[in-house]
Design a protein around this ligand. Structure first.
Ligand code: IMP
Ligand code: MG
Length: 426
């Protein structure tokens, strides 16, 4: 992806999340100076398999596993300081050096215990099937202008004012939800006082630092979380997360100019998965879904929930390609389809007698469409050891060719297993 002209690259999920962004970021980070997370929070679960050991990162950019790379958590992230330090300590225990090369935007908003409580006590969150990490409530406070930012930890009075507002709001919400639980200002202030000492030294004007890195010609990777169809504006609203997961969000959430971005890599699975509620037109029937789930080990990296599985949906990915301006595609988990006799690709939706090739905004339509499938022959052969395109069976190459044609973006990477080395760079 990186070359003399392309120095700043965004990695986004082009489906409903869990596409394998962590692995691609890990691979690309080899050549990057910086990796920056730009939205979401501890709802993310980015899995990186180094062979000897595998890591699941929630808030820390996946670039951290490369010793020379600097990592930053951008202003667009909602940061859970409590779990951040658990994550740092876990990495340090595994011999990964973190402090000294991890920066946190001083503008990032904090996820506080009351946000997590609200997320778990709210029936609306349950209906959507959120991860319960307090993401929605933290972004709500941000937009309502009562959020607590990292830099507020420097100002005791201001901090108390904000936490008081947040606490009052949270308690009113809890009452409305019919919950008996309540929170106090003091418990939050005490927690923050204990964390501030460790968090403030990491605080940095991330937008400025990244801007300087870009100006100096450094390779910068912007790591998205979740997927395009979970984007607050472009996703299957209201069954979405609360942030801008798409490439536009990368500029805002890292604090850099849109024109500073030179390439956008969309990561897709060779099929589709979704965790949580909401429509998914190409969802497989129970038996096939269960088989795919087993083969692909499709269980949430954050919550352990079984993921819903479906055929590859080119309507979804073409849509993601358009709204992100995908310059490249990475197809992951091709090997999961190795044993299938026939493989389906959805290239349009039938709804009320019409064929839709563009993803509809209206969720009522999305939940009622009939996917139109193209059936392709399976390759019935292991792809796990393929390292070049020519190593792949002809039927697998045909499947990929058709995929890139339908998605209107060229495939640059194909991943054939979880390990770092199991990748074909085209
Ligand atoms: P929230 O982000 O926890 O508010 O959850 C909102 C929706 O996004 C739910 O359907 C979650 O399952 C989904 N979601 C959030 N984070 C991820 C992720 O990292 N991978 C896949 N789905 C996610
Ligand atoms: Mg994940």
């Amino acid at each position: 992806m990186f070359d003399d002209r392309r120095r700043t690259i965004v990695v986004v999920g082009a489906q409903w999340g869990d596409e394998g962004k962590g692995k691609l970021v890990d691979v690309l980070a080899e050549r990057a100076a910086w990796v920056v997370r730009y939205q979401g929070g501890a709802n993310a679960g980015h899995t990186v398999d180094l062979g000897k050991k595998h890591f699941v990162l929630h808030q820390i950019p996946s670039g951290i596993l490369h010793p020379g790379v600097r990592c930053a958590i951008g202003n667009g992230v909602v940061l859970d300081p409590d779990t951040l330090f658990q994550e740092i300590d876990g990495l340090v225990k595994d011999g990964i050096d973190v402090e000294g090369r991890l920066y946190v935007s001083d503008r990032a908003h904090l996820v506080l215990p009351y946000h997590k409580l609200l997320d778990s006590e709210s029936s609306a969150s349950k209906a959507i099937g959120t991860t319960g990490r307090g993401i929605g409530p933290a972004y709500e406070d941000k937009v309502a202008r009562r959020g607590v930012r990292v830099l507020d930890l420097r100002h005791g009075e201001r901090l108390k004012e904000l936490v008081t507002q947040g606490t009052e709001h949270a308690n009113a919400q809890l009452e409305r939800f019919g919950s008996k639980k309540r929170v106090t200002v003091d418990e939050t202030i005490t927690l923050l006082a204990s964390l501030a000492e460790r968090l403030l030294p990491l605080a940095e004007d991330v937008g400025l630092v990244v801007h300087r890195a870009i100006k100096s010609g450094a390779a910068v990777l912007l790591e998205g979380a979740q997927g395009s169809l979970l984007d607050i504006d472009h996703g299957t609203y209201p069954f979405v997360t609360s942030s801008s997961t798409t490439a536009g969000g990368a500029a805002i959430g890292a604090g850099i100019a849109p024109m500073a971005i030179h390439g956008v890599l969309g990561v897709v699975k060779a099929y589709t998965t979704r965790v949580g509620a909401g429509p998914m037109p190409t969802e497989m029937d129970e038996a096939l879904g269960a088989r795919t789930r087993e083969l692909g080990r499709e269980f949430g990296a954050t919550t352990g929930r079984p993921r819903r599985c479906g055929w590859f949906d080119a309507v979804v990915v073409r849509y993601a390609s358009r709204i992100n301006g995908l310059t490249d595609l990475a197809v992951t988990k091709l090997d999961v389809l190795d044993t299938f006799d026939k493989i389906a690709l959805c290239d349009g939706y039938e709804y009320e007698g019409e064929l839709h090739r563009d993803f509809p905004a209206d969720l009522t339509a999305v939940s009622k469409v009939t996917p139109r499938y193209e059936w392709m022959e399976g390759w019935k052969k292991s792809t796990a050891d393929a390292r070049k395109l020519v190593d792949l069976p002809a039927a697998a190459r045909r499947y990929l060719d058709r995929m890139q044609e339908l998605c209107e973006a060229p495939i640059t990477y194909v991943s054939v297993g979880t390990r770092r080395d199991q990748i074909i760079g085209l």
